[in-house]
Structure formats: C-alpha cells, structure tokens
Write a protein that binds this ligand. Structure first.
Ligand code: ADP
Length: 717
C-alpha cells in the first residue's frame, strides 16, 4: 500500500506530466502559422493568443488580457456571434469570413474557424484565423473587371442602338464614375482651332460647366498633355504634379488623382476622357483599360456618325443631281415597289409629288395608260426591264408607248433597267431609266410616211420609164442592124450610114440608161419594202422548193453581172424548204451583190448551202473584200446603216452607192421565216454573211400567223 508520501509524489508526477504535455501543446500552438486565440464567451475578453495572432494584428503578449473581441471587429459582429453561439451549442467547427481590425486600424480579411473547447475547466471559444485578404483581393479584382467589362459592353450596346452622341457621352460619363468609383468624369472635345477643349459632357462638376467650359489644350495642361501623349496619363497627386499645371476645373474641385486617355478621331484626336477623384487613388491597369475601352466606344460612334453624315450629304447631293437629270429615273425594291422617282419620272406618269407616287400601287399608276410596243401592240408591265432586272435577268431595254387613256395622247420612251446586287450577288434593287423619245418617234414616223408616199409615187413613172427605154432600145437596135434597102448591105448610102451610126451611138446610151433605170427601180423597191416592213404590211407567199436549186439559179444570174469574180458553190445540199421563194431569192441576191460590190479587188466569191440539223438549213456567202469592222457587225442590219469604212468610200466611186436598206430588208425577211442572219468578218480580209432557214417555217410557233393556205401576213416591223 502506497504511503501518503508516495501518493503525493505520484500526484506531483502526474501534474508534471500534465504540465509538460500542456507546455508541448502550447509550444505547438505558438508555432503554427495560423493565428489562434481563446475567448471567454461570457466576458468577451481574450484569454490567450499565439505568436501568429500577435503578428497578424500587431499586438504584444501583454496586451492580450486587456483586449475584448470588440476591439478586433470593425463592424457588426452578428455573423461571428451567431457562429460562436452555435459552436458552444454543438461543439462543431464553424467557418465565417470576417474582417478584423489591426492595432493600427487597418483591416485584414480572414477566414475564422470557431469551436468551443474546455480550457482550465471552462467552456471557451477557440478561434483560428487564416489571412485571406489576397484571395479576397483577387476576387475583388475579378468582380471589378466584370463590372468594367459589363459597363463597356453596355455602353457599346447603347451606341449601336443609335442614340445621339450627346446622350451617349452623358451615359459614358456616368458609367465611368460608377464603375471606377470616382466622383468626376470629363469628356472634352478638341475645338477646330486646336487650342481649346470644350467640356462636352461629364459627371460631378459644378452645375453649368458641362457644355460651356473651355479648357486650355496647351502642352502644359493635363488634357493638352494627354492629347500628345502616346498612352494614358495618370496623375497620382495633382498637388505635386510636375509635368503640367493643374487646370482650374480640377483645382476648383479639389481633385487629387486622375487618369486621362485620348478619344481618337479620323485625322486628329476628337478629344480626351478623364476620371478624377478628390482622394488619393492608385489607378490599376484594369482601370486604365476600362477607360480606354470607353474612349474607343466613343471614338467608334463619332466615326460612325461622321460616315453617316457624309453618306447623307453625298446622298443629298446625288438626289439633287438625279432630280436635275432630264431622263426619268426610278428605283424599285425586290418586291417591285417603287422607292424612288425623280421629277422627270413623276412628269412621265403625271404625278406631281414623289410621296403620292410612292404611296400609290404600281398597277394603279400604270393603269392610267394603255401601254404599247413599237408596233402598236399591247405591252404587259411584266415585260418592263425593271421586272426583268428584279428577276435576276440582267440589264434590258424596250421602247414603250404611253397612251394616256383619258386624252389619247401618246408619249414614247426607251426604258432601260439594271439590277443592283449586294455582296452575295442577290438583287437588291432595280434602277430604271426612262428616256423620252416622243420627238424622235414622231420624226421617224414622218420620215416613214414620206418614204411610203415617195416610193409609191415613184413606182409608176419608173415603170413607164423602163417600158419606154426598152421600146426605144428595140427600135434603135432594129435601125442599127438594118441594111440600106436601096444600096444593099455591103455599101449603104451616106444618109442611111449616118442614121445607123446615130442609132448605134444612141443604143450605147440607152443600154446605160436601162441599167440605171433598173437600179432606180431596185432602190424604189427597197424603199417600198422598208415602208411595208415598218407599217407591218409586208406579206409572204409560202411554197415548197429546193433551196439548193434556188441558190444555183441566183448565182448563175449574178455571175452574169460580174466578169471580175468567179462565184463558186462550194457545198450544195439539196434541201426542200417551205418559204417565200422570191423573198429568199431577194436575200440571196442582196448578199451576192454586196459580196461583189464590196470586194472590188478579189476574184472569187464562195457560197455554201448546208443542212444544219433535220430542221434547219444554213446558207453562207463569203467574199474576200474590204470586210466590216467588229463594232458594226450588229448595226449593219439596221435601217439605213452604212459602215463607216474608209475603204468603202473608195469602192463606192466605182459602184452604185446603196441606201443601207438591203441587209435590213434581208434580216427582216429571214427573221419572219424564223431564221437568223449574221456576219463574220475581218477588215481587209473579207466577210461571210450567213443565214439559217427553218425547213418548214409553218410548223414554227414564232410564225403562228402563217395561214393554212400557205400565205402569211405578218405585222412586220
Ligand atoms: P447598201 O445598199 O448600202 O449596200 P446594205 O444594207 O446591203 O446596204 O449594206 C449595208 C452596209 O453594210 C453597206 O453600206 C456596207 O457598208 C456594208 N456591207 C454590206 N455587205 C458587205 C460586204 N460583203 N463587205 C463589206 N461591207 C458590207
């Protein structure tokens, strides 16, 4: 049995061991990097604190017993109180983010872990603090960045929504002050003379300054300095600033810190935007990026406004020009609706106001007129070139007669339209131009009337002339070949010999005269044909014949009038066709006569007849003469057209100059048969005129007015 002494010793040992272990724990607690303190939940006094705690909050060990929790907390401690209360109840750990105040008054963000422990037989609170100010700072930076980006995005959106520049600037100033947490923002516009800046918009300044105040743009001012600086200009403390003078605006508002950046413009800066505060502030890189981004939104908007203004000015200018143009001009949208019409277009359709015309449905506008084509046939608005252009069928042109239903008066115009496409090639608009050709059409008509009348009146006397010439020819031929009835054939008397001489001489002239009368009647025939074509009175007599044989006959006829050229038939398909034989002969004669006429130095002409396919035959006449310039290959088939070719002038001295009607008539004849006619030619080398003829023109849908008996009456033109 242990003695009382032994018991005492044992107790002492146990106490020592306990103390030792407590010392060990205390040493460990003292050394951990987390700040730890014990708190009496009743008195709110601190009981113990480790070195890390002293270090974190700046107290000494001796001060600890005098501190209460309220000395450490800057704000309402309700959340930490609640956690402490809970810890005392459940004995678990509770985490709270909380700001603590250092001895010097500065704040530190910590994460507190609170738990209740038994200390010296008492339930106390043990709080472990972990410094999270860095993490918190990062979070703050991120949150600020998000705010700034949202601010810029918001401003950009407002700019795109088309608000006016002044409103946008006001909003920009508000966003800058709110986002950066400063009291002042200024947006300055550089005046045209470059020496002053106007306080165009802003926030925080004394009332009445925005919109009125002028600032010096000299290098010695903050803003002037910013205008020439490569980057943002940051002022930490305006009172000690050495680079420039503090402008009155900033001085009067006790500004201390600030940052300014340029708002760029097209050829020179638009101005400056600045954020300022009356406290000391270190602007971060993020703050500067934000301000720069706001400046960029403003610069882009200003540039866009400028472009819009320029566009509008040029549109107005174009409008003035278009209004002054004598031709009518209209623009249609893809649905065919009129969206523009100049004055001349208004006059054409009898409207006096553009708004009225644009508001009226197109069908209603056109319904005031009976629309006709060149031949007087009704014209459908769907044939208008504008409609073609919108349907993606490119540029086209037609002649339109506008017969006003109310008065019967007709005006004529050439209507031409072209599509306007977007970058993807889709048709966006159709622009139509209406040129008034009423006077020209009237003149043509008078000319046509004259030609019709003159050729008709000339026909009879020329026919008589031909008859009398031939009569005279026959008589003189008889005289010239007669023998003297008294003297006999071998030795005619002097009187008779003289008469024969006279007759022979007269015959020479009569033969020439006969030739000229032939040419004259050809001319008159051409004129008559032309006026029949234009008035739509030409008629065709269809019959079945062999085109190869017709070519052979015509070549033989023409060979007689030239001894210079040998007309050779290179290919001669025998092919029956149904056509107007005499009209086709007329075409062949014209082509061959031209080939002879326009190849004065060549010695051969080639003719080919080929069957193209089961439905068509091709006829070509090739010469080796003066040729036709490229740009006139199409025009050559127009009425009264003659090539402007210097070589031709030379050939015409020896030949009978034509009227430029032969090819026109030929092409009309071929077209009416449903065929095509064209020329391939090179100046100086010769020409090949070709035409195709359908084997049976009657089966062609284009010749629907060919009558069953084989005769066709075509409207002509
Ligand atoms: P013309 O009576 O003047 O010959 P055409 O209508 O037959 O009238 O011809 C029109 C114009 O075409 C002629 O004036 C001439 O300039 C040109 N031409 C016609 N055929 C030829 C050809 N074979 N070679 C060169 N030019 C030609």
């Amino acid at each position: 049995m242990a003695s009382a002494n032994e018991e005492l010793e044992q107790a002492q040992q146990a106490q020592d061991a306990l103390r030792e272990s407590e010392e060990r724990y205390r040493a460990v607690v003292q050394q951990v990097s987390e700040a730890i303190f014990l708190l009496d939940p009743q008195t709110k006094h601190l009981l113990e604190a480790n070195a890390a705690f002293l270090n974190l909050l700046g107290y000494s060990t001796s001060e600890i017993p005098h501190l209460t929790i309220y000395d450490l907390l800057p704000y309402d401690p309700s959340s930490i109180d609640a956690a402490a209360h809970q810890a005392l109840l459940d004995g678990e750990y509770h985490l709270v983010d909380q700001q603590y105040r250092r001895k010097d008054g500065s704040l530190v963000m910590v994460q507190v872990s609170i738990t209740a422990i038994t200390y010296s037989g008492k339930r106390v609170l043990c709080e472990v603090l972990r410094d999270i100010s860095e993490r918190k700072q990062m979070e703050d930076v991120l949150a600020r960045r998000v705010r700034q980006q949202a601010g810029v995005a918001n401003l950009g959106q407002r700019a795109l929504s088309g608000i006016d520049l002044d409103t946008l600037m006001d909003e920009a100033a508000t966003i800058v002050t709110q986002t950066l947490g400063v009291e002042f923002c200024k947006i300055l516009e550089l005046m045209p003379d470059g020496t002053q800046l106007l306080l165009r918009a802003g926030c925080g300044w004394t009332e009445g300054l925005v919109g009125n105040m002028m600032l010096d743009a000299g290098l010695d001012s903050h803003s002037g300095y910013t205008l020439v600086a490569a980057g943002p200009v940051i002022v930490e403390d305006l009172r000690t600033e050495k680079r420039f003078n503090a402008p009155p605006l900033l001085r009067d508002h006790d500004v201390i810190s600030g940052v300014s950046v340029i708002i760029h413009g097209r050829s020179r800066p638009f101005g400056v935007i600045g954020a300022h505060t009356s406290s000391h502030r270190n602007f971060t890189q993020d703050d500067i990026y934000f301000l720069q981004a706001v400046a960029n939104v403003l610069a882009q908007t200003i540039e866009r406004n400028l472009i819009l203004q320029e566009l509008k000015a040029s549109r107005d200018q174009l409008g003035v020009i278009l209004q002054g143009v004598a031709d009518g001009i209209t623009v249609q949208d893809p649905t065919g609706r009129l969206i523009y019409a100049n004055d001349a277009a208004l006059r054409l359709v009898g409207y006096s106001s553009q708004d009225e015309l644009l508001a009226a449905p197109l069908a209603q506008v056109l319904n005031r007129f009976e629309l006709i084509d060149e031949r007087g046939q009704p014209l459908d608005p769907s044939d208008f070139p504008g409609r073609h252009a919108l349907q993606g069928r490119g540029t086209s042109e037609i002649v339109v007669g506008w017969r006003t239903r109310a008065t019967g008066e007709t005006r004529w115009s050439v209507v031409k339209a072209a599509p306007v496409r977007n970058v993807h090639g889709q048709v966006q608009l159709a622009v139509s131009i209406f040129r008034d050709i009423t006077d020209q059409v009237e003149r043509e008509r008078r000319k046509d009337d004259f030609i019709a009348l003159a050729s008709h009146e000339l026909k009879t006397p020329i026919t008589s002339l031909k008859i009398f010439t031939q009569l005279l020819r026959r008589r003189f031929e008889r005289v010239a070949s007669q023998s003297d009835p008294e003297q006999g054939e071998t030795t005619p008397g002097p009187g008779f010999a003289h008469a024969r001489e006279l007759a022979t001489d007269a015959l020479v002239h009569l033969v020439r005269m006969d030739g000229q009368v032939d040419k004259l009647s050809e001319l008159v025939r051409d004129l008559l044909d032309t006026s029949k074509i234009t008035s739509g009175k030409i008629s065709y007599t269809f019959e079945r014949f062999d085109i190869g044989q017709l070519v052979q006959e015509t070549v033989a006829d023409l060979q007689r009038i030239t001894d210079k050229h040998s007309i050779q038939i290179e290919k001669q398909a025998r092919q029956e066709v149904v056509a107007d034989r005499e009209r086709i002969r007329q075409v062949l004669t014209n082509l061959l006569t031209n080939a002879i006429k326009y190849s004065p130095t060549a010695d051969r002409i080639l003719v080919r007849v080929e069957q193209r396919d089961p439905k068509e035959v091709l006829v070509c006449v090739q010469d080796f003469g003066i040729g036709v310039p490229d740009d006139q290959h199409d025009k050559i088939f127009n009425r009264f057209f003659q090539v402007s070719n210097p070589e031709q002038r030379l050939t015409e001295r020896d030949t009978f100059p034509g009227l430029g009607l032969g090819l026109y008539i030929s092409s009309e004849i071929i077209k009416r048969h449903g065929g095509r006619i064209w020329v391939e030619s090179e100046v100086g080398k010769g020409s090949t005129f070709c035409f195709t003829l359908p084997i049976d023109a009657q089966t062609l849908s284009s010749a629907e007015d060919i009558r069953a008996d084989g005769e066709q009456t075509h409207p002509g033109g």
